[in-house]
Design a protein around this ligand. Structure first.
Ligand code: CMP
Length: 144
């Protein structure tokens, strides 16, 4: 069924000029970008986004990394988009991500792993609502 998922190119991905390359992969796969914006995340927003990691050893490192430079936020729509996008991205630890995945092709560090994508539809709704208002999303029909 048709799903929406939230994707974010992280500061290292932006710094390494991978925005076009990454967006291109989703477009070529047949997924639709229905929301897109570049933002510099402030600390309160970072803490909200990564609420579930509060208290973990890497939390401070994660917050300072994700606020270190601009990120590119997207809402992507398509058939089974949540799991399809997760597969295209590859494992959180890029050393485990197969070649051909985004992390498998562009990252080696578990901390700086280029990109984020929601791991469930519930998380997708929560994460996209942090960055997008409903009226900022376009339907695929509006793109024709
Ligand atoms: P992501 O799965 O998108 O969201 C949580 C992030 O925490 C993860 O990507 C990594 O960027 C980061 N992360 C996870 N595990 C570690 C770790 N052991 N050390 C540092 N950062 C981590």
């Amino acid at each position: 069924s048709i799903q929406r998922t939230f994707v974010m190119i992280k500061p290292d991905g932006v710094r390494r000029n991978l925005i076009g390359e990454i967006i291109s992969r989703f477009e070529k796969r047949g997924l639709k970008i229905i929301g897109l914006k570049m933002v510099k995340i402030d600390r309160p927003t970072a803490e909200r986004l990564y609420e579930e990691h509060k208290g973990k050893s890497f939390f401070e490192e994660l917050i300072s990394y994700i606020t270190s430079g601009p990120v590119v936020c997207m809402v992507i729509e398509g058939d089974e988009a949540v799991s399809v996008v997760r597969k295209m991205i590859g494992n959180t630890d890029p050393k485990e991500a197969p070649p051909g995945t985004i992390r498998g092709d562009y990252a080696l560090s578990k901390a700086e792993n280029v990109i984020h994508a929601s791991d469930s539809e519930e998380k997708a709704k929560r994460e996209m609502s942090i960055f997008f208002k409903e009226e900022e999303l376009v339907t695929p029909l509006a793109q024709v």
